[in-house]
Design a protein around this ligand. Structure first.
Ligand SMILES: NC(=O)c1ccc[n+]([C@@H]2O[C@H](COP(=O)([O-])OP(=O)(O)OC[C@H]3O[C@@H](n4cnc5c(N)ncnc54)[C@H](O)[C@@H]3O)[C@@H](O)[C@H]2O)c1
Length: 282
């Protein structure tokens, strides 16, 4: 893979799912990898796979919701490698349900992990990237931050905020030769639902169906994200249907919301969403 900086990457949430696949793709290209996660057993498995694939990996336990741990992690990898070329803020969790049914504690947890975790990551790595003369940051958001589905405000809200943060950083960090990409996948089959806190039978069924019917694997999504890094592309929406939804939202911003509001009033919103899930389009 062509990359203009040092081939060293710190990937959060690297023990499983998309994060692990990003590490493996980079390992095949001989990168040094920081495997950052709270699940140390799974992180060790990722490390073993990285070494088999030709890269080198080091596991670092860090809860991205804890700013001191994130700062210590950044300090560790800058000290160990001299330069961190790529930061992938990928760790995330799922909390869903109607706005009033989700506990304040669950609201806080998803904001802390999904949003503050990305903010802490940017705060911790940007100064070192500025000093070293550049780098690339990938923030893993979701199509849920662009095309919002009802009954999952906590997840949508954090992912929309990551997109806003990334758009700002793309401009702000450009004079420092630091590139920014925001990844917005639709559903794919990973371990995300294992730790999810979903307070809506509809959303639970919607995700179970979407995950099993997903048309792209985590490895394919990781490949798309890394191609976006190579091309210095800002928005990466790996699934073709995601691009179609996004174009529709851009052309007629309120139409999507009005259609689903009308469908919900007629009791049809959930059946239509489930139809999309069953056809691998969610
Ligand atoms: N799976 C999907 O359908 C989908 C779609 C769009 C976006 N995403 C996003 O992709 C990212 C990766 O998710 P995934 O689907 O690979 O899920 P996953 O559950 O397979 O992997 C997430 C990883 O993050 C780690 N993690 C969770 N909380 C953490 C914390 N506080 N600190 C450090 N690590 C933590 C987990 O231990 C796990 O290894 C998430 O941000 C998710 O929101 C997923």
């Amino acid at each position: 893979m062509r990359f203009d900086y040092e081939k060293t990457a710190v990937v959060t949430g690297a023990a499983k799912g998309i994060g692990r696949e990003i590490c493996l793709a980079l390992a095949r290209d001989g990168w040094k990898l920081g495997i950052v996660d709270i699940d140390l057993d799974a992180a060790e498995e990722t490390r073993g796979l990285i070494e088999k694939a030709g890269g080198t990996g080091e596991v670092f336990r860090c809860d991205v919701a804890n700013p001191e741990e994130v700062a210590a992690c950044a300090e560790h990898f800058f000290a160990a490698w001299g330069k961190v070329g790529l930061l992938v803020n990928n760790a995330g969790i799922m909390v869903a349900g109607c706005v009033e049914d989700v506990s304040v504690e669950d609201w806080r947890r998803i904001v802390d992990v999904n949003l503050m975790g990305v903010i802490y990551g940017c705060r911790a790595y940007v100064p070192g990237m500025k000093r070293q003369g550049g780098g690339h940051i990938v923030n893993v958001a979701s199509m849920a931050g662009m095309i919002t589905l009802f009954e999952q405000a906590p997840y949508n809200t954090t992912k929309a905020a990551i997109i806003g943060l990334s758009e700002t950083l793309r401009m702000e960090l450009s004079p420092h030769n630091i590139r920014v990409t925001v990844a917005c996948p639709l559903c794919l089959n990973t371990n995300l639902l294992e730790t999810a806190r979903i307070n809506s039978d509809f959303i639970a069924e919607f995700y179970r169906t979407s995950f099993t019917q997903a048309r792209m694997s985590a490895a394919a999504i990781a490949g798309c994200i890394l191609r976006a890094v190579e091309k210095n592309k800002f928005y990466e929406m790996p699934q073709p249907f995601a691009k179609l939804l996004w174009v529709n939202k851009r052309l007629t911003p309120a139409q999507f919301l009005d259609i689903f509001s009308l469908l919900n009033r007629r009791g049809l919103g959930k059946p239509v969403a489930m139809w999309l899930a069953r056809h691998g389009l969610a």
